[in-house]
Design a protein around this ligand. Structure first.
Ligand SMILES: NC(=O)c1ccc[n+]([C@@H]2O[C@H](COP(=O)([O-])OP(=O)(O)OC[C@H]3O[C@@H](n4cnc5c(N)ncnc54)[C@H](OP(=O)(O)O)[C@@H]3O)[C@@H](O)[C@H]2O)c1
Length: 257
């Protein structure tokens, strides 16, 4: 039996590139997104593997429930939580509906799909879960002058980093691996959807992001950053996180007295 992967946001960009690569590697696929024409087009273009198309809107509870049910029922070997929107805007101006959409798609959906998939993967003794975040997860300490206003988006990516690291540790010894994938700027429809023209900015190809993800698993990485040449930079971040975490005590720190 072929391996089976479910990819969210498979209608364009990084998700589409994942679906293409996994199909080329002989995976059967469940491809999802809202644009049904693109899902059908993908299926028609890949007659050599089984492709199931499921249209679902991950900004809704119904959409998340539909895909979570599939994740629980199907013998997935890989889950790629990739769907995303950015909605860069100062928080006070971000319409509540857009904030809710972002949190549903980037936080709620990966959480509930991962939760649904992971039990079966453990029972079967293996599986891989990719949560697509981004380098913006690490941008929080940056000065306001260099950052566009995007607190909810940045927060959603940081959530995926903590979720993936913590869950990967929880799953140690089960054969199930979790990766958080952190690209920089990637050529896709992501920015033009929100009216930003980044065509003049050097951007990584989506296919390279996928190559990094698959190789990252082979390297045993939990955090895979396709555009960071010096892997030690990330190790230093995590060592510092752990040092700060371990540096706490129940005593009120003297600078607050
Ligand atoms: N592009 C970058 O520079 C960049 C950098 C770092 C991280 N990322 C992350 O990479 C992921 C993929 O983005 P991309 O660059 O490939 O952008 P993209 O080309 O715009 O693709 C986004 C995908 O998400 C799906 N999606 C969006 N809203 C959805 C919803 N409500 N329900 C279901 N699916 C939805 C879209 O499908 P439908 O429209 O058909 O629903 C589409 O397939 C995102 O999560 C993003 O945070 C992107």
């Amino acid at each position: 039996m072929n391996q089976l992967a479910l990819v969210t946001g498979a209608t364009s960009g990084i998700g589409r590139a994942f679906a293409e690569r996994l199909a080329a590697d002989g995976y059967d696929l469940i491809v999802t997104g809202r644009r049904e024409d693109r899902l059908a087009e993908f299926a028609a273009a890949h007659p050599d593997v089984r492709v199931r198309t499921v249209a679902a809107d991950l900004s809704t509870d119904d959409g998340i429930d539909t895909l979570a049910a599939l994740c629980a029922a199907e013998p997935l070997t890989m889950l790629v939580n990739n769907a995303g929107v950015a909605h860069y805007m100062p928080l006070a101006q971000l319409p509540a509906a857009k904030a809710g959409e972002l949190v549903h798609v980037k936080v709620g959906a990966p959480t509930m799909l991962t939760r649904a998939a992971v039990g079966g993967m453990q029972e079967r003794g293996g599986g891989r879960i990719v949560n697509v975040a981004g380098m913006i997860a690490f941008s929080g300490p940056a000065d306001a002058s260099v950052l566009p206003r995007r607190a909810v988006y940045a927060g959603s990516l940081a959530y995926l980093v903590a979720l993936s690291q913590t869950l990967n540790a929880e799953l140690e010894g089960t054969g199930v691996r979790v990766q958080v994938l952190c690209p920089g700027v990637v050529a896709s429809e992501f920015h033009e959807r929100q009216g930003l023209d980044l065509s003049a900015v050097p951007r990584m190809a989506a296919a390279d992001v996928v190559t990094a993800s698959l190789r990252g698993f082979e390297l045993g990485e939990v955090v895979t950053a396709p555009g960071v040449e010096e892997a030690g930079l990330l190790d230093a971040v995590f060592r510092a996180d752990l040092a700060a975490f371990g540096g706490q005590s129940p005593e009120l720190a003297s600078r607050y007295r």
